[in-house]
Every structure is written in structure tokens, then in C-alpha cells.
Design a binder for this molecule. Structure first.
Ligand SMILES: Cc1ncc(COP(=O)(O)O)c(C=O)c1O
Length: 380
């Protein structure tokens, strides 16, 4: 379905901008060309498969964190399908082994328990935990104390490398500093180098923000190339946020303005339902219409029942009016994949603004979706 006038669209909705997406993808292409790295999209971050036709020509495939993501990547993206999960059941492994190219286990016990189901079907790997990381928040730090994510160096049975093809490390979170990443790379090479030399491939996970303005992309590319040559492995990165950053607005309408010491504009969306990471990581959203020097300060409050549910506190040049639309910036990564039906709020529709200016609808949700998500059958 095609729409010509954005004003006709009912809020809340997400608008993915193709031009902005392509800007990120062009950087991904440059990184690949300079370094030889392969890039697989982390579906945990972004799975809106309606725009995969735009992304496919630039990336090598997908990686996943659970069985349904594997299937989605295989069906809708193609290329290489990597399967990883922190904990696979036997049924999960049976389901994914036939459709993935690489299956990465999180522990040596998982590998030992399930390897017979994968042999002859997919290349096998193990997640290692390098014990070092770059992460702003403990909640998202794979090297946090008592981490369950991957095998620690001192727990590795060295014979395991004779029977796997590759390993995965993931230790970055929104890392915009190429030097900081290279330090981690050096630490990995030093700590695990002799094992890596026996392998065919190494994935360095996600969290490398190579699409950020002024990111030292060429430096990163040179370091990746040197690492893959040194250990004679095919390198992978698993970008999520780097691919989708700054491409998508969540568009909402001010439905009320209330005052209790501060002015709060209540919008027809909620962080708890539609932009969950704002709440989980306590990272305020940015609003396109806001102005640093504006004299009119507002809490941008959600329409959920949770007392502390707000998008941000920000300033505007003019007072906000009921009925006015606001664009909540950078609302794609870890956002659309986490939508939920809390409070029975209307789920945002999803659109893509093509490079031609045409607006295409990718999804729309209604009461029936809400109802079905709760029960399909009632007790008899
Ligand atoms: C194993 C793994 N790979 C890739 C990613 C994607 O990271 P990002 O979206 O920050 O690039 C994550 C994020 O948590 C991850 O855990």
C-alpha cells in the first residue's frame, strides 16, 4: 500500500527512511571492501523484514539469538544464516540445524550435548568470553561479573578446537572508538591466538558503531584485515544498531498537556510498550522538533499507566499544542523487535519512505492482533 501524504497517516507510527538506511549500508560496503570482513545483520536488533530487500545487496546474511530469528533470516534474507542462542533445547537445535550455515553454541556442555544433531549439516562454533569489553552499562556488558555469555578462557578444554570450525566473541556495546575496539582485538589475539589459528572463521560480534559520524572506518578495516591475515581466518561482524541507527522516527501526537510543577505533554505512545530501551537503559529519547535554546520545557510523557514512563524532558521554541505531531528520533534498533501490548495501547504502524519519496506501508496492527496475542481459545 502506498501513501502520498504523511499527514494522512494515523499516529503512532514508525517511518524508516530508505536514503538514511542506504547511507549506513554504503559504509558497511566500504568496510567490507577494505577489510574482507563479512557482515551478518543481528536480527535481535532489527527484524523488520519488509525492508530487507534494501539491505540484502549490502550484507552477507543474518545472525540470530533464538530459533525463530534463524527461520526468519533464512526465509526473508538469505545469504549466510548464522544461528546462536544462549541456551538451545534439543528441539531448537533440530529445527535450526537444517536451515543454518553456522551454528554457534554458548557453552561446551551445549556443544557436547547437541553436536551430533549438527554434524554434516552446518559449520559449528563456540562463543568465547574474552573477559574484556566495551560497554556503558553493566546490564549490557557481556564481560560482567558471573557472565553466562560464552566460555571463559580458563574454562576452555583446548581439545574443543579440534572439533569446531569457528568461534564468536561479542564484547562491544555502541563502541564508537576504533582504538578501543582494536585494544580488544589485540587482547583476543594475545589470549586466544593459538586456538584461533586452528579455525576457519571468527565472529567478533556486534556493537561496533562504524557508521557513526567521523568513525575511523579505515583504521578499523586495517586492523580487521591484519587480524584475519595473522590468524588465517574469515572474520565476521554482526552489526545491528550500526546498520539501522538514525534511520527511523517514531511519530506521535500530543493528546494532552498537564501541569504539576512541570508541564507534561502526553503523547499517544509509551516507552514501556513502544520504545522499551528508553526505560530499561534510562536513556532519554531525542525529539526532532525540540530546540536546545527553547524557552518552553516539557516532559514528553507517555500514555501508559506507569508513573515514571516518559520519553524525555526537552525544550521547544513554542508551546506545544494538543494535536501536534512529534518525531522521536532513532527509534528502530531494539525497538520494533520489542513492541508489546501493555495497556492495550495502539501498536505503531510501520512505514518506509522510499528514496523516490513514496511511502509504503509495511505493517499495521489492530484490536484483533492484541486479542490474539493474549489467548486464542477460552477455557471450556
Ligand atoms: C552476540 C551478539 N551479536 C550481535 C549483537 C548486535 O549488537 P549491535 O546491535 O550493538 O551491533 C549483539 C547485541 O547484543 C549480540 O549479543
Amino acid at each position: 500500500m502506498t501513501v502520498n501524504n504523511k499527514e494522512q497517516l494515523k499516529t503512532p507510527y514508525f517511518m524508516i527512511n530508505e536514503d538514511k538506511l542506504i547511507q549506513n549500508l554504503e559504509k558497511a560496503k566500504q568496510l567490507k571492501e577494505l577489510s574482507g570482513v563479512k557482515l551478518v545483520l543481528a536480527l535481535k536488533c532489527f527484524s523488520t523484514w519488509g525492508v530487507f530487500d534494501i539491505i540484502k545487496p549490502y550484507l552477507d546474511g543474518t545472525t540470530s539469538s533464538g530459533p525463530f530469528e534463524v527461520k526468519l533470516g533464512y526465509e526473508t534474507f538469505g545469504g549466510e544464516t548464522h544461528a546462536y542462542s544462549v541456551g538451545y533445547s534439543e528441539d531448537d537445535v533440530k529445527e535450526v540445524a537444517d536451515i543454518c550455515d553456522k551454528l554457534i553454541f554458548n557453552s561446551q556442555t551445549q556443544l557436547a550435548a547437541h553436536r551430533h544433531l549438527v554434524e554434516g549439516k552446518a559449520s559449528m562454533g563456540l562463543r568465547l568470553n574474552p573477559g574484556v569489553s566495551y560497554a556503558g552499562q553493566d546490564l549490557a556488558n557481556p564481560a560482567r561479573q558471573f557472565s553466562r555469555l560464552g566460555v571463559q578462557a580458563d574454562h576452555i578444554d583446548p581439545t574443543v578446537f579440534d572439533s569446531i570450525d569457528g568461534v564468536m566473541f561479542h564484547m562491544n556495546c555502541e563502541n564508537k572508538d576504533a582504538d578501543a575496539f582494536i585494544e580488544l582485538l589485540d587482547a583476543i589475539s594475545e589470549q586466544f591466538g593459538e586456538h584461533l589459528n586452528k579455525l576457519d572463521w571468527v565472529s567478533l560480534g556486534g556493537g561496533v558503531f562504524f557508521t557513526w559520524p567521523d568513525y575511523a572506518l579505515e583504521k578499523l578495516a586495517a586492523a580487521l584485515k591484519a587480524f584475519s591475515e595473522k590468524h588465517d581466518v574469515q572474520l565476521y561482524l554482526e552489526p545491528g544498531e550500526a546498520i539501522i541507527t538514525k534511520t527511523t522516527d517514531l511519530v506521535v501526537t500530543v493528546v494532552d498537556v498537564v501541569e504539576n510543577g512541570m508541564k507534561t505533554a502526553i503523547v499517544d505512545s509509551a516507552t514501556e510498550a513502544h520504545r522499551l530501551d528508553t526505560l530499561i537503559y534510562n536513556e532519554p529519547a531525542s525529539i526532532a522538533e525540540a530546540s536546545d535554546k527553547g524557552e518552553h520545557e516539557y516532559v514528553i510523557g507517555s500514555c501508559s499507566c506507569l508513573a515514571g514512563d516518559q520519553f524525555c524532558v526537552t525544550q521547544f521554541d513554542e508551546p506545544l499544542k494538543i494535536g501536534q505531531r512529534l518525531h522521536i528520533l532513532d527509534s528502530a534498533g531494539y525497538t520494533m523487535v520489542k513492541l508489546n501490548w501493555f495497556n492495550g495501547l495502539k501498536m505503531p504502524s510501520i512505514y518506509c519512505e522510499r528514496s523516490t519519496g513514496e511511502i509504503q506501508k509495511l505493517n499495521e496492527f489492530g484490536y484483533d492482533d492484541f486479542k490474539r496475542s493474549l489467548s486464542q481459545w477460552s477455557v471450556k
